[in-house]
Write a protein that binds this ligand. Structure first.
Ligand SMILES: [Fe+2]
Ligand SMILES: [Fe+2]
Length: 301
């Protein structure tokens, strides 16, 4: 078996590893946790937008949002299959971990999509955030994960375009539509910045993920890149306001300052006590039960 030290040295030099190699248990466990979290996030991510397929305002919008939801389910499938190559858990076990609350997903999906503008916001700004995070992971040390992400990122870029088209139409529409869009931004600003995870000094697992080359950029680094290169310029472009008086660019430190985010609330939501955590898991549980016969007929359950 490859020793921990040898593997850490190799991945720090930019090498990627394949599942055919005899990898250390610690590496496999860290990769499993990270990829399973990501797969769960993709599948739970279908739920807040799925609710808007029937209510989307035109046939064209219904087609676009249902295609996006289908893509996200496909991303989950790719990622569960990728995690299976580690040899620790099969897909069924991971699907059960999710509905039993034994494995987490990104907290942002525990907030409700109250309006059509929320669905647009998610597609543009949450998928936009996902692109920053996933883009940095296409060089992750676990080669099957890095390969899967290249395909996923390609599709995410279409999701962002789909979201931006709706955001543009609302932001340049009637006063009521503009207000609908601004309200969505006000609701989602904080959960969006928290999408990147806790501040660097708050996380337990970050060091380990860096050492194994599984993660290449820190949460704070990604948050900064996103604010600088996407969030702030896009909101400015559409005349939308950032609901944060403290948001400003510090020229000397070359970084964005923003209000202190409510991390206690973040931890509460992540522990299962957010506005719609129960609803999301109930939805998933029912989907799994209702589709059980299909999965058995297809020989995958
Ligand atoms: Fe996705
Ligand atoms: Fe997406």
């Amino acid at each position: 078996m490859t020793s921990n030290e040898t593997l850490k040295e190799r991945v720090q030099n930019g090498e990627q590893v394949e599942p055919s190699e005899d990898l250390p248990e610690e590496y496999k466990r860290a990769a499993q946790r990270m990829i399973q979290f990501h797969a769960n996030s993709e599948i739970v991510g279908t739920l807040p937008e799925k609710q808007w397929i029937k209510k989307a305002p035109s046939l064209q919008r219904k087609r676009a949002i249902s295609a996006k939801v289908q893509d996200e389910a496909g991303h989950a499938q790719v990622l569960y299959r990728t995690a299976e190559t580690l040899g620790l858990k099969d897909r069924e076990e991971m699907l059960n971990d999710l509905i039993n609350g034994d494995s987490k997903y990104v907290t942002v999906f525990n907030y409700p999509t109250k309006t059509w503008a929320d669905a647009a916001y998610i597609a543009m700004f949450i998928d936009g955030a996902a692109m920053f995070r996933q883009g940095s992971l296409t060089a992750s040390s676990y080669a099957p994960y890095a390969r899967g992400l290249r395909k996923i990122c390609y599709e995410e870029s279409f999701h962002v375009k789909h979201g931006e088209d709706i955001v543009r139409s609302l932001a340049t529409g009637s006063k009521k539509e503009q207000q609908l869009m601004q309200d969505a931004i006000d609701r989602w600003y904080e959960p969006t910045l928290q999408f990147f995870g806790p501040r660097d000094h708050m996380s337990d697992h970050t060091d380990e993920l860096f050492e194994w080359g599984l993660k290449l950029k820190s949460n704070d680094e990604l948050r900064q890149e996103y604010l600088e290169n996407f969030y702030v310029p896009k909101l400015e472009k559409y005349g939308l306001e950032v609901p944060d008086d403290k948001l400003s660019y510090d020229e000397d430190a070359e970084r964005w300052n923003y209000k202190e985010l409510d991390w206690d609330r973040f931890l509460e939501v992540s522990r299962g006590n957010g506005p719609v955590n129960d609803e999301r898991l109930t939805d998933r549980r029912e989907a799994l039960e209702n589709n059980d016969w299909v999965r058995r007929a297809a020989g995958v359950a």
